[in-house]
Design a protein around this ligand. Structure first.
Ligand code: AR6
Length: 175
């Protein structure tokens, strides 16, 4: 299976598309969203504004695609993960949808390499182990159907990296 684990900054990764953990406004923010807009320059925000004027932003669990501006990647797929509340507000399904809709958009655009950050596990406070299990499950099932796509999980913090390492190499099957 074409899954790779990396530790580092997603803005530096040369792939067809990097995924942004955006918010519903698509107008930027902190965390990885801030880093992507800062490194990629204003063209990304221009595209986001166009999408906003057409469809009014991006709903939680959905995804949109823009230029990557000055980044080494070709495109940015912006998805919106859920804010973790108490786990009873559909958070798990919404996070799954965010990964799946990003992959579907990559596929629709004939992209073959996609890098994901750990969506929702920063400012949105989604529990990291649960988020990693959902991400790995979604990607594993998707790649079974679409083996030509390579997925990179790019972990910025050591805690996430270690969680992914254990889940991916510890051969724990996603449930
Ligand atoms: N490369 C890769 N991962 C990163 C980077 C980077 N340069 N910077 C941070 N991370 P967060 P969320 C990791 O907070 O929880 C924004 O304001 C970080 O360590 O960026 O989905 C948006 O506009 C964490 O593991 O996103 C939204 O309002 C992961 O990225 C809100 O934050 C996600 O953390 C979204 O919150």
């Amino acid at each position: 299976m074409n899954i790779n684990l990396l530790n580092g900054d997603i803005t530096k990764i040369e792939v067809d598309a990097i995924v942004n953990a955006a918010n519903t406004s698509l107008l930027g923010g902190g965390g990885v969203d801030g880093a992507i807009h800062k490194a990629g320059g204003p063209e990304i925000l221009e595209d986001c504004r166009k999408i906003r004027s057409q469809q009014g932003g991006c709903k939680v669990g959905e995804a949109v695609i823009t230029t990557a501006g000055k980044l080494p990647a070709r495109f940015v797929i912006h998805t919106v993960g859920p804010v973790w509340q108490d786990g009873r507000q559909g958070e798990e399904e919404l996070l799954y949808n965010a990964y799946q809709n990003s992959l579907l958009l990559a596929r629709e655009n004939n992209l073959t390499s996609v890098a994901f950050p750990n969506i929702s596990t920063g400012i949105y406070r989604f529990p990291k182990v649960k988020a990693a299990e959902i991400a790995i499950k979604c990607v594993t099932l998707f790649l079974r159907e679409h083996p030509s796509i390579a997925v990179h999980f790019v972990c910025y913090d050591t805690e996430n990296y270690e969680i992914y390492e254990e889940l991916l190499t510890g051969k724990k099957t996603p449930h």
